[in-house]
Design a protein around this ligand. Structure first.
Ligand SMILES: CC(C)(COP(=O)(O)OP(=O)(O)OC[C@H]1O[C@@H](n2cnc3c(N)ncnc32)[C@H](O)[C@@H]1OP(=O)(O)O)[C@@H](O)C(=O)NCCC(=O)NCCS
Length: 380
């Protein structure tokens, strides 16, 4: 990379204002997060995930009848077409679940009743968004079961998105506590401003492409370990530490070797990620219920060292990793769960983008060779 610095250039676009939004606000001073003005903790504590989905997509919290109607719509729209199931059966065995999701959503666009709608048709985009959100849990669970050689399980109309996800994954109806944890986790993961995957989906639709293409961009961007993929990497890391048996030594050695420790740090927050604190409370509660508190203990030792030595704090992906592990969810599904949640934020942002669209096209500084003469191929 160039050693030259340029006054208007910020690597990684850090601190660059790339848009105006009314969807969520990150307050870095207090490490708090609000969705349409409502604190995310209040939502995680008192609301089911569908209320958050409604809030993000429609701009306000639903009343009882609006929520019932929305849940019924989600339930009706959650079934996957047979052709998508057949395509998932064709995926290579070693394909990561995030890549399987790209396959599913690439096809789902063409099955949408509004496939041919104008890209800026607000009402059609909201209808598409509901269909996109409705199918995510089913797509993750079906893709997983198929990869394991099992038949997909149809969603149960009595369960919401959180409960259905666990049901379709394992084939057993989850208890109230598990549903509550999944609802809270999906709520915390639903939206987070101009993060990389949301920005990618906004860039995609800003060309007047469609919401499903934006979802595929979002999934591809979320997959990386610097973004959503961190929750999977954090669990593999915790397992390695557990096997080695000395948390403090592992952490000090990793810092000395300048290793990136997955699930720590954040581009926006400086003193902490409040979502992580909430998720860590849930993770420890699950630990107590299932009689395995040692992941929470390892996490506490690491968190203290990371803060004391580097002033780095856990982000939401760190406690989510061991919370999902304790719920018996396979590790490669941790980032896909993030997709189930984030389809809401992605869609809200894409609709906001298309309601007041301008092509997103930044510029760059050229540092390559000066203009030289073209040499024909037989003289090179
Ligand atoms: C999230 C993240 C990408 C933000 O990165 P960023 O704003 O670009 O910050 P940088 O990667 O430039 O890091 C700044 C400094 O902090 C250090 N740092 C940041 N996160 C770190 C981590 N998780 N472990 C160890 N060191 C870390 C960097 O090594 C760097 O140190 P240096 O200045 O001595 O080189 C980064 O913290 C990270 O990679 N975290 C791990 C992945 C993760 O959990 N992602 C999920 C985010 S929600």
């Amino acid at each position: 990379m160039s050693a030259t610095t340029y006054p208007n250039y910020s690597p990684g676009l850090q601190g660059v204002i790339a848009g105006i939004t009314t969807i969520s606000e990150i307050d870095v001073e207090t490490s708090s997060l609000t969705y349409r003005g409502i604190n995310v903790h209040e939502l995680a504590e008192h609301a089911v995930f569908e209320e958050t989905a409604y809030l993000l997509l429609m701009g306000k919290l639903p009343n009882k009848s609006e929520l019932a109607e929305f849940k019924a719509r989600i339930s009706n729209e959650s079934v996957l077409p047979n052709e998508v199931i057949a395509a998932l059966k064709q995926c290579p065995k070693n394909m990561h679940p995030m890549d399987r999701l790209k396959v599913a959503y690439s096809m789902l666009g063409a099955f949408d009743a509004d496939y041919r709608a104008e890209p800026t048709d607000h009402e059609a985009n909201v209808r598409k968004a509901v269909r996109i959100v409705a199918k995510a849990a089913n797509a993750v669970a079906a893709a997983h079961r198929i990869s394991e050689g099992l038949e997909p399980i149809q969603p149960s109309p009595e369960l919401g998105i959180a409960g259905n996800f666990m049901y379709m994954l394992k084939g057993e109806k989850p208890d109230e506590f598990v549903i509550k944890v999944m609802d809270a986790s999906l709520t915390l993961y639903a939206e987070h401003g101009y993060n990389a995957s949301t920005f990618a989906s906004r860039v995609t639709v800003a060309t007047l492409s469609d919401l499903y293409s934006g979802i595929v961009s979002g999934i591809g961007t979320l997959k990386g370990p610097l973004h959503g993929g961190a929750n999977e990497e954090a669990m593999y890391m915790l397992m390695e530490i557990d096997k080695m048996g000395d948390v403090a030594k592992w952490t000090h050695d990793a810092l000395a070797q300048k290793k990136k420790i997955m699930g720590f740090g954040h581009r926006e927050y400086r003193i902490g990620d409040s979502r992580a604190a909430y998720m860590s409370k849930l993770g420890k509660e699950i630990g107590k219920r299932v009689g395995d508190t040692h992941w929470g203990d390892i996490a506490e030792v690491m968190e203290k060292i990371m803060w004391d030595e580097k002033k780095l704090f856990p982000n939401i992906d760190f406690p989510s990793a061991y919370a999902y592990y304790l719920l018996g969810i396979p590790i490669p599904l941790y980032t896909p769960i993030f997709v189930v949640a984030r389809t809401t934020g992605w869609c809200a942002h894409m609709i906001e983008q298309l309601d007041n669209n301008r092509l997103i096209r930044p510029t760059c500084i050229y540092e390559g060779p000066k203009v030289t003469e073209f040499v024909p191929i037989d003289q090179r």
